[in-house]
Design a protein around this ligand. Structure first.
Ligand SMILES: Nc1ncnc2c1ncn2[C@@H]1O[C@H](COP(=O)(O)OP(=O)(O)OP(=O)(O)O)[C@@H](O)[C@H]1O
Length: 612
């Protein structure tokens, strides 16, 4: 039986950061174009249409005012000076000053409006990105580095912010000014203007050539930022390990390797920009030379007034300003395009675990789980389970034991549908997991695993994570059932105690009991305990065992334990080796059988009489 998992593949583009860009998608990600970036930004921005219209009106007004000033100059030179019109000088001065004040005011309004539109667009984009990331599968997070993903949501979105808030408005203003002035100049003197415009194809060509290189350099910069961020994330969370291995200088060296890559990539970008700007300036000077020489020649032949030449040169500056700006904006645009590409790689990644159309919401479960001929492999790796069958009886405790890597945790992940098997069916109360909604399935499953995840916040908030709308009394009851209320109440702030990042301020056993309280509060029908009692001392273990007994009562439980002492009461124990069940029975039955289980048991309890 094939399914959507089979059709999906991993996109591993070559090149970037030692092949570390790994995006699982159903289809190969296309590089996002600058055009699609603008379309997307516009789609978000148009929701702010009143501000957008106001900003556009301001821009048009700015362009018109910029147009008026050279006309005043021309009028002064050609009419007022020759006719000695002293009386009009005051008006001209007032006109220029008035235009300057209006220009300042209009620019202030348009900049503020655009900045706020930009911020709103980014607010939406960042939230969309985060929401989409949350909807992606566990396998996506297996493939991609946390630091890299963090950098996409923070750094790459911030780069876009710079472009939307300032550069886009500038681009629009410049485009409008350029078109209006070019048309006017063609009208004044088309020969001179055409000569002038002859330099433009070279500018466009230069911009294209440099643009491509800049974008690829920016991509390298952003990947190196992601690499730095990933290293930071790993080394800061693993600081205790680093210290215990006295690996501080080794880590510092590895960090400086990454920052060096970032520095080199930035230097490359600066070099490109440093080469690009003078070329554009040189082409601008060619334009100026053309106007001067050809304009002066026309004036000497009385075919043009001096005022027109002066105005022409002023317009030339206005015409060249957009180009000069553009040479700077292109930098921001290319940088943004590289950032946008990285953002879109995430947004275009499709979840592989999807609800089929018409998926039904599971009713309250009894909790009978069955694997029928299930085969599963992580991505392209070898099969972890091959034609595997297993039944978990409703309301009973089923234990899985077996050597490391035999596939126990994988079975738990398949029940919660973190992954889909390539073959076979998994059912719960007779419903295939693929026929039901993910929420209705996961809401009824609780997982308590060896990697306890606690969030920075208070003890109360962490327990409440099991059921966000629970009352204080429910939280306290869950903590009591999990044997956690004693230590919680011994803290001066009780349930309001801040537990620090990942619960660093708590002991291993305390964290474990919080995670059990959280699961008790959730009150799921099915419980998966993944080595929940490893690495605890005997006293803590007794507390945990009592808490677990509370948690398991009356539910369907899958217990994965290396420590065979924890599963002696299980209703059924399955011994797993390389994805296959080699024996099953109760603890006593298995010991009597003298098979793999009793071997494992003797290994753990050498002095114990295996037959007891
Ligand atoms: N996310 C993953 N991506 C790729 N391979 C994986 C992944 N998780 C586990 N594996 C591989 O699948 C196999 C089964 O792993 P699993 O975690 O299910 O074993 P386990 O029996 O729970 O082991 P342990 O008792 O050591 O936790 C192992 O070979 C492991 O390397």
């Amino acid at each position: 039986m094939s399914d959507n998992y089979n059709s999906a593949h991993t996109f591993r583009p070559g090149g970037g950061m030692g092949g570390m860009r790994r995006f699982g998608t159903g289809e190969k990600a296309k590089p996002a174009s600058i055009y699609s970036m603008f379309v997307r930004i516009y789609t978000h921005a148009r929701l702010e249409w009143p501000s957008l219209i106001a900003a556009v009106v301001c821009v048009i007004a700015v362009s018109l005012l910029e147009f008026v000033v050279p006309q005043l100059t021309r009028f002064t030179i050609d009419h007022l000076i020759p006719n000695k019109r002293f009386d009009r000088l005051f008006l001209i001065g007032g006109g220029v000053l008035g235009a300057a004040i209006a220009l300042g005011g209009l620019r202030f309004i348009s900049t503020s409006l655009m900045a706020s539109i930009g911020q709103k667009v980014l607010y939406n984009l960042r939230n969309d990105l985060y929401r989409h990331m949350q909807s992606l599968d566990v396998s996506f997070f297996d493939r991609n580095r946390t630091g890299d993903l963090m950098s996409r949501v923070t750094n790459d979105v911030s780069i876009l912010q710079q472009m939307i808030s300032s550069s886009m408005m500038q681009l629009f203003t410049d485009f409008f000014t350029f078109t209006a002035i070019a048309i006017y100049m063609l009208w004044i003197d088309w020969r001179l203007t055409l000569l002038l415009l002859a330099t433009f194809p070279f500018m466009i060509l230069t911009t294209r050539v440099f643009g491509k290189r800049m974008r690829s350099s920016f991509r390298t910069v952003q990947e190196s930022v992601a690499d730095v961020s990933d290293h930071l994330q790993n080394s800061l969370t693993g600081i205790r390990l680093i210290k215990s291995f006295t690996a501080e200088s080794y880590e510092s060296e590895r960090f400086s390797e990454r920052t060096r890559k970032n520095m080199d990539a930035n230097i490359q970008v600066v070099r490109l920009r440093a080469a690009y700007e003078p070329i554009i300036d040189f082409l601008n000077y060619i334009g100026l030379a053309i106007v001067l020489v050809f304009g002066a020649w026309l004036a000497m032949k009385d075919q043009m007034t001096v005022g027109t030449i002066v105005a022409f040169i002023a317009y030339l500056r206005l015409l060249q300003n957009p180009i000069r700006h553009f040479s700077r904006i292109i930098n921001t645009i290319q940088q943004s395009a590289a950032a946008y590409e990285r953002i879109m790689e995430v947004i275009n990644t499709k979840a592989e675990i999807i609800e089929k159309k018409g998926a039904i919401a599971l009713p309250p479960l009894r909790g009978h789980i069955a694997f029928s001929s299930v085969s599963f492999a992580y991505s392209n790796e070898s099969k972890v389970l091959d034609a595997f069958s297993l039944e978990l009886e409703a309301g009973k405790v089923t234990a899985l034991v077996g050597s490391s890597g035999s596939g126990k945790t994988t079975i738990a992940h398949l029940i919660a549908r973190f992954y889909d098997p390539q073959d076979g069916v998994i059912t719960i109360d007779g419903y295939s997991l693929k026929d039901v909604t993910l929420d209705s399935l996961r809401e009824q499953i609780g997982i308590v695993s060896q990697d306890i995840v606690l969030f920075n916040g208070t003890i109360g908030e962490n327990i409440k994570y099991g059921k966000h709308d629970s009352t204080e009394a429910e939280v306290i009851a869950a903590a009591k059932a999990a044997n956690a209320s004693g230590f919680i109440e011994s803290f001066p702030q009780g349930y309001d105690t801040q537990i620090g990042e990942r619960g660093v301020k708590l002991s291993g056993g305390q964290k474990q009991r919080l995670s059990i309280a959280r699961a008790i509060l959730k009150n799921p029908r099915v419980i998966i305990l993944d080595e929940a009692t490893s690495s605890l001392d005997t006293e803590s273990e007794q507390y945990i065992q009592d808490a677990l007994a509370q948690l398991l009562r009356g539910r369907t439980c899958l217990v994965i334990a290396h420590r065979l002492s924890t599963i002696q009461q299980a209703d059924q124990i399955y011994v797993l080796e390389q994805g296959c069940i080699v024996e099953n029975g109760t603890h006593d039955e298995l010991l009597r059988r003298q098979g793999r289980y009793s071997q494992l048991y003797e290994l753990q309890f050498p002095q114990t009489d295996a037959a007891q």
